[in-house]
Design a protein around this ligand. Structure first.
Ligand code: HSE
Length: 298
């Protein structure tokens, strides 16, 4: 038996929601074939589209699936994974999360859905631990649950699938420069000012309310990050210009996607999302930086 899964790209750190709010793109992602095998353990048989380790213990998909099989507790179980990467590693749209989430979602189907989605998130987080040293869940949670998700707590893990407004779209520009998540975490301050924390949690609450009410103006007002973005944005070419002009082009707002270098903008409706894409292109083309742009419903 084998299954083919679509593993979506994801935007983590949705503005004010650093490490807690993420979203999944409906139409950008990797594909993976996963099959049961008579040889115990996990093997990666092929990876197309990226240079990544085939050794299961060095590969985020391999490590995540190993975590699942370990808890399954039948050492004779074997699985093989073939990966087709459409998401570039280091792009800031959850490349490692897609690999990890796809592997455990597919593996679980082959085990007749033995595990809950919450358990799958936990296994996929082991892939994130390998990728950047921190088992954050704000990419793997939306990759597994779809739409917007909120990590209420890491200890114990408590992940909530949020409502996603029907007409909410995301535009993501991925400049072809590399920002390593581990480096982008290293530069963050470990203390925040109380006044900044107050502003941030006001925004997080309002963003969640805006999603449930499908109140696009409230969503727009809440898309602000006063804690992480001021530090990380220095790593991204033309960041402030991009944000300002994308709003003028119809975006509700946005910010750094994951740890960068990608930047995301949310819009109401496809037409606005495409105008934002054109605006991004007009800002990046003269810079001489190569880039990819993705436009997707959430
Ligand atoms: N929340 C994580 C970080 C996401 O910003 O470090 C990385 O994709």
């Amino acid at each position: 038996p084998s299954v083919t899964v679509f593993a979506p790209a994801t935007v983590a750190n949705v503005a004010c929601g650093f490490d807690v709010i993420g979203l999944a793109l409906e139409s950008t992602g990797d594909e993976m074939d996963i099959r049961l095998s008579d040889t115990p353990g996990v093997r990666i048989t092929s990876i197309e589209g990226a240079k990544l380790p085939l050794e299961a213990s060095q590969n985020v998909a391999g490590v995540a699936l190993q975590a699942l099989l370990h808890e399954y507790g039948k050492p004779e179980t074997g699985m093989e994974i073939a990966i087709r990467k459409n998401i570039h590693p280091g792009s800031g749209i959850g490349s490692s999360a897609a690999s990890a989430a796809g592997a455990v979602a597919g593996g679980n189907m082959l085990l007749n859905n033995h595990f809950s989605p919450e358990a799958l998130i936990r296994f996929a987080m082991e892939g994130e631990r390998l990728a950047c040293g921190t088992p954050h869940a704000d990419n793997v949670a939306p990759a597994i649950l779809g739409g917007f998700t909120l990590v209420r707590s890491y200890q114990p893990l408590d992940v909530i699938a949020l409502h996603t407004p029907a007409d909410l779209w995301v535009t993501v520009i991925h400049p072809q420069i590399e920002v390593r998540t581990a480096d982008a975490r290293e530069i963050l301050k470990q203390q925040v000012m109380l006044k900044d924390a107050i502003r941030q949690w006001g925004n997080v609450g309002a963003l969640v309310a805006g999603l449930y009410r499908e109140d696009y103006d409230l969503i727009a007002r809440s898309l602000e990050d006063v804690i992480v973005e001021p530090i990380r944005s220095i790593l991204i070419p033309a960041f402030h210009d991009l944000k300002l002009r994308c709003r003028e082009a119809g975006a509700l707002g946005g910010g750094i996607s994951g740890s960068g270098p990608s930047v995301f903008m949310l819009s109401k409706g496809e037409a606005n999302a495409r105008s934002v894409a054109a605006m991004m292109e007009s800002i990046y083309a003269p810079l001489g930086v190569d880039y990819h742009i993705h436009v997707s419903r959430i």
